[in-house]
Structure formats: C-alpha cells, structure tokens
Design a protein around this ligand. Structure first.
Ligand SMILES: [Zn+2]
Length: 250
C-alpha cells in the first residue's frame, strides 16, 4: 500500500485512483523539470497536430469520435480555438509589420476618408474579431438546420470551435506562404476574396463530412442552405459590423 502524497488515499498501483497523481513522486531537480517540459511539449504537440490533421482531412470521423467520448487524443475545443486564434493574430501582425503591408484604397483624391472607406480599413486591420463572431454564430445556423436530431447545441458549438480553429490554422499557413514567401500583401482585397473562398469551401466540406452519416431528409438542400446562410451572415458581419465599430469609435 502507498499513501498518495497529493490527497492522502491509500492505494496499490502506479497511479492514485482518487486524484490521478503518480505513486512515485521525484524530488524536484533540473533533470525532473527538463523531463517534464519535454513531456509537456511532446504530448501537446502530438494532441495538437493530431487534432488539426483530423479536422482538416476527416472532420466527420473526428467529430463523431470526440463527441462519443474519445476525448484524450484531441486537444480540447476551447483551447484549440484560442491557441490558433492567438497564433494567427501574432503571426498576421508580425507579417504585416515585417513586410510593411498596408491596405490601399483605390482612390485618386486626397480628401478625408469617407465612412465606407474607414469601415473597410477597420475590417482589414481588425479581421479576427469579425471572423470569431461568424464562427460562433455559425453554430446557431447549423444547429437547427442540420444537427438538432442528433446533437445538442453545445456539441455543435464545440465542433464549430474545432472548425474555426482549423480555419485559423489555414489562414496561418496562407499568411506564411503568401505574405512571407511570395511577398503578397495579405491585407489586400484579393487575399480577402481568397480567404472568403477558402472559408466557404472548408465550411461546406466540414458540414458535409459530419452530417453525411446522419440520414437527414433533404440532406443536400439543408447542407447547401446552411452553408449559404453562414456565408450570407459572414458577408453581413464583414460589411456592416465594421461600420458600427467605426461609429462607436467616433
Ligand atoms: Zn491521490
């Protein structure tokens, strides 16, 4: 019998059945700290890469596995989403400053910016909060149209966090390839259109792969309807919310 040094329970085995702490606790030393650091990163990396890869190539399988209880092999949805959003903001800002990219308006006069132009600049320079709103709200659209029979709302929200995190990962790769390798202005209108197309395609693939097994009546109609609604909502947010923002800032 061993007494758990963390919670005091008497037990036999390698781990405490009550709190999960290891039976043998080493005294802290440089070696132990290094070992733990290496352990943390190798596990984190494994879970993270596994989650990202699965949600790109087989989001349906990954979602079903995760919701049915295979939780340990996946990075948790909230941390996955927050880490990738944070990484994207850091990298995006770094690339914009490093290569001195600006959002240029096609205008000839030097008159002060009008309202529409100010909103455009707000959107291109503060892209992330607007996408985050679209991602979170897409759960509200997808849930009643495709998911209500099999899943609850929070489950769909968790899947949207995985989808959204993966979308930010795609944006990170796109920024690296376009902005850093090919020196394309990543806050230009062309790149905005490219990002919008990628998000529509990924959104369609993601929903298709998750719900294709659900035996939903009028599946294709619902799938395309939901994707169009998400795109429409995204378009409204990208067009009108920056105006509200500019208004509030004045
Ligand atoms: Zn214990």
């Amino acid at each position: 019998m061993i007494t758990c040094l963390n919670c005091g329970k008497l037990f036999i085995g390698n781990y405490c059945p009550n709190c999960g702490q290891k039976a043998e606790v080493e005294r802290l030393s440089v070696t132990v700290l290094l070992k733990e650091t290496a352990h943390f990163f190798s596990h984190f990396e494994k879970g993270f890469i596994h989650t990202a890869w699965d949600f790109i190539v087989r989001p349906g399988r990954a979602s079903i596995d995760f919701l049915k209880g295979k939780r340990k092999q996946y990075q948790k949805p909230v941390s996955y989403f927050l880490i990738l959003t944070g990484l994207y903001i850091l990298l995006h800002n770094f690339i914009i400053h490093r290569y001195n990219y600006h959002y240029s308006l096609f205008r000839e006069s030097k008159s002060p910016l009008n309202f529409q132009e100010q909103s455009n600049i707000t959107l291109r320079t503060h892209f992330t909060p607007f996408i985050v709103i679209v991602i979170l709200f897409s759960a509200v659209i997808i849930y009643p149209i495709l998911a209500r029979k099999r899943y609850n709302f929070v489950e769909i929200l968790a899947l949207c966090l995985y989808g959204g995190g993966t979308y930010f990962l795609i944006l990170i790769l796109s920024d690296i390839v376009l902005g850093a390798m090919f020196k394309v202005n990543v806050i230009s209108m062309d790149v905005f259109i490219w990002q919008t197309s990628v998000s529509s395609i990924y959104n369609l693939w993601f929903s298709y792969d998750i719900f294709k097994r659900s035996h939903i009546r009028l599946f294709w109609l619902r799938l395309i309807g939901a994707s169009l609604l998400v795109s429409l909502f995204g378009w409204l947010v990208m067009n009108y919310l920056p105006m509200v923002w500019v208004n509030l800032m004045d």
